[in-house]
Design a protein around this ligand. Structure first.
Ligand code: SF4
Length: 464
């Protein structure tokens, strides 16, 4: 640190010049080829203060945003005081030229080093200054190629363009005026101080280094190395990893081994993926078959329903029709048959609008109690109907089979069935006659009445 030249950089010196000309409060923006300038300006205070630093790239972006194009503008030179050889500053040895320090090898008191070699140069300076006996002018990166300039710039081309620009300026520069300016600002205080701020990272423990070298599979060759990672040995590289300055993938052998592992694991994943795809296709085909079979079965059921002489209706918990058959639709009358032509099977129709209360209430009861009703006789539109309502899906779907008791085939079958029931019941009643005679007789009477009623209805219909 004590060997650093205690001089402000040109940007801070310029800030002092501008403040002398325009006052303390002026807001200064530094347009720089270096991203690092954003941090550097924080070190300048007082008259050297710079309020903001932006890069050339950011300046171009601002121009684009504000729709400012060079071709639409008139050329205007910099304000006084103009620079002279300071224009060479973007090049590594530009500052030497600007200070008019000799650069002949046999006479120069300054060695200029630029790029990554500057780190080694500092070490050499420390170790051999007694022999070197020179000042060092160090640049990690020439301003010409700074990270704040447009990407992809070519170094030699930029150097040539800079030199030709400076030559042009030399031709029009008023040297006398420049000297007067130098005189005007010669009393500015351009000195600065540096204080040590140790940024070196802690040295990792031996066990930590061993673990990293083991992970890299470089335990055997720790003190040598191929150098492909940019470090002199595998141990140096492991140290950089431990300090957070490098990542294992920067090691060629580690990266290529990982690549192989990765390729292998990709192969396995691909195979698994292919197997999963096959299984998926199979299950898709199976699902398609099942869907087809279900569709066919549903179609068969639908056709069977329509062939049944009994009336069938299936509805949901809101008494909306899900499925019905022709016999049921015919029983509902002409209006329902017309609707059926537009909406096949009356799907979605409300049972409450099609049937009287005492009829659809049977469905409501079965839905709310989940308990089927069998063989309930019901008068509807002058017909005696035998209704059975049953649960298909608890709380959700119920179905009903309704038989017209006046239909000859139903009547004959029903007469036989009910007479059998009556005989059976009477036999039972005879056995229990001692104590339930009255009740048995009443039951017999009810059944016989229902048969008579059924016959009478049939007779009425025939007469009509
Ligand atoms: S690339 Fe890998 S093997 Fe080569 S020196 Fe660096 S750490 Fe060692």
């Amino acid at each position: 640190v004590p060997n650093l030249a205690p001089i402000l950089p040109p940007v801070a010196a310029t800030a002092q010049v501008i403040r002398q000309l325009s006052g303390e409060e002026i807001f200064l923006v530094h347009i720089s080829p270096l991203i690092a300038s954003k941090d550097e300006i924080l070190r300048f205070e007082g008259k050297s203060r710079i309020d903001l630093a932006i890069t050339f790239v950011e300046l171009r972006e601002l121009f684009t945003e504000a729709n400012i194009h060079e071709t639409d503008l008139e050329y205007s030179d910099f304000d006084e005081p103009l620079g002279y050889k300071g224009s060479f500053f973007p090049m590594a040895n530009g500052i030497i030229q600007a200070a008019e320090i000799k650069e002949h090898l046999h006479a120069t008191p300054v060695v200029t080093v630029e790029g990554e070699g500057m780190i080694d140069a500092i070490k050499e300076f420390e170790e051999n200054i007694g022999t070197i006996k020179c000042h060092f002018n160090l640049f990690y990166k020439e301003f010409l190629m700074g990270r704040g300039t447009s990407m992809g710039g070519k170094r030699i081309l930029r150097r040539s363009q800079l030199i030709s620009y400076v030559n042009k300026r030399f031709k029009i520069l008023d040297l006398e005026q420049w000297k007067r300016s130098m005189e005007q600002f010669k009393d500015l205080n351009l000195t600065r101080n540096f204080t040590p701020d140790d940024q070196s990272l802690p040295i990792p423990s031996e066990s930590r280094l061993k673990k990293i070298l083991k992970d890299l599979d470089q335990l055997e060759s720790a003190d040598v190395g191929c150098g492909a990672c940019g470090y002199a040995s595998c141990t140096d590289f492991a140290t950089a990893i431990a300090q957070g300055l490098a990542i294992p993938e920067m090691c060629n052998t580690y990266a290529s081994r990982n690549r192989q592992d990765h390729i292998q694991s990709l192969k396995i994943s691909n195979e698994k993926l292919a197997q999963a795809q096959d299984a998926l296709k199979k299950s898709e085909r199976q699902a398609q078959k099942e869907k087809e079979a279900a569709r066919e079965a549903s179609e068969i059921v639908r056709r069977m329903l329509h062939k049944l002489p009994s009336m069938v209706v299936i509805c949901d918990q809101n008494l909306k029709i899900l499925q019905t058959n022709n016999s049921f639709i015919e029983m509902l009358g002409e209006e329902a048959q017309e609707i059926n032509e537009v909406v096949p099977g009356l799907a979605g129709a409300d049972l409450k609008t099609l049937l009287p209360y005492n009829f659809y209430n049977l469905f409501t009861y079965v839905l709310s109690h989940n308990e089927s009703i069998r063989n309930r006789d019901l008068q509807h539109e002058g017909k005696l109907l035998n209704v059975s309502v049953f649960v298909i899906e608890k709380d959700k779907i119920v179905g009903a089979v309704i038989r017209d008791m006046s239909a000859p085939e139903v009547q004959k079958e029903e007469v036989v069935k009910r007479l059998n029931e009556a005989i059976d019941k009477n036999l039972n009643l005879v056995q229990q006659i001692g104590f339930i005679m009255g009740e048995g007789a009443a039951e017999t009477e009810r059944m016989l009445n229902s048969i008579i009623e059924s016959y009478e209805l049939r007779k009425d219909l025939k007469d009509r």
